[in-house]
Design a protein around this ligand. Structure first.
Ligand SMILES: CC(C)(COP(=O)(O)OP(=O)(O)OC[C@H]1O[C@@H](n2cnc3c(N)ncnc32)[C@H](O)[C@@H]1OP(=O)(O)O)[C@@H](O)C(=O)NCCC(=O)NCCS
Length: 196
């Protein structure tokens, strides 16, 4: 559906974001890694409580609700699917999450990408991005893509562009507010106020 020009009302109890899709169609030159003793660990068959905890600590402030809303069977099916790869970033007790989806032939989606609060704005995100791009482009691919939305950290679009992605598609996403059904705490994401 194409929304009309002008302002469109969003019902109380719903949230709405502008989503930006970005892609690259050739291997980019990698930027310098940040200094530090970084590790990126592939987590085969992720334990659900471990995944939920890291996903919440990276994403709750940015309203990452779709995985939080899944029951255990749904979550296990997706994060343990052949072609889906989960990685944990670590440095000095801080963490990050990287999830890649290779299920579409010839493509890689960065499904989840983020670092915990203390690392934001420090240049840290270059490390998991460089590893993600190495992992992706070591395969026979024609495209790596990611989407981010206005619930996410405001640096995300520019960071992805500096990393070599080109914006190509914009959407509006509307959903039930995950803070009103107990999926996320009411205190999450003050940049998206609750309207009920
Ligand atoms: C999105 C995200 C990865 C962007 O990373 P970021 O580090 O916050 O990006 P910022 O642009 O705010 O800050 C980093 C920039 O500060 C500068 N900088 C600050 N300190 C630096 C340092 N010590 N060394 C080098 N650069 C430094 C650099 O320009 C750097 O950008 P670059 O690495 O692209 O060159 C990060 O904010 C994040 O994980 N957010 C939470 C989750 C999220 O919203 N994820 C996106 C969902 S799709």
């Amino acid at each position: 559906m194409i929304l009309p020009d002008g302002h469109s009302d969003i019902p109380a109890g719903k949230i709405a974001a502008v989503v930006t899709h970005l892609e690259m169609t050739a291997r980019p030159a990698l930027r310098d890694d940040p200094a530090g003793a970084w590790t990126l660990r592939k987590v085969d068959t992720p334990a659900l409580h471990w995944y939920r905890d890291l996903h919440r600590r990276v994403g709750e402030e940015w309203l990452w609700f779709s995985r939080a809303r899944m029951n255990d069977a749904e979550l296990a099916t997706i994060i343990r699917a052949p072609g889906v790869e989960v990685y944990a970033l670590g440095v000095d007790g801080h963490e990050g999450l990287l999830e890649l989806d290779f299920r579409e032939p010839g493509q890689c989606e960065l499904v989840y990408f983020g670092v915990t609060a203390a690392l934001i704005g420090t240049g840290a995100a270059r490390f998991p991005m460089n590893r993600a791009l190495e992992l992706a482009w070591s395969r026979d691919l024609r495209r790596v893509w990611v989407h981010t939305c206005t619930f996410d950290h405001p640096s995300a679009v520019a960071f992805y562009q500096r990393s070599g992605f080109r914006p190509f598609r914009r959407q509006i996403e509307i959903a039930d507010d995950p803070r009103l059904d107990g999926t996320l705490p009411r205190t999450a994401a003050r940049h998206v106020p609750i309207i009920e």
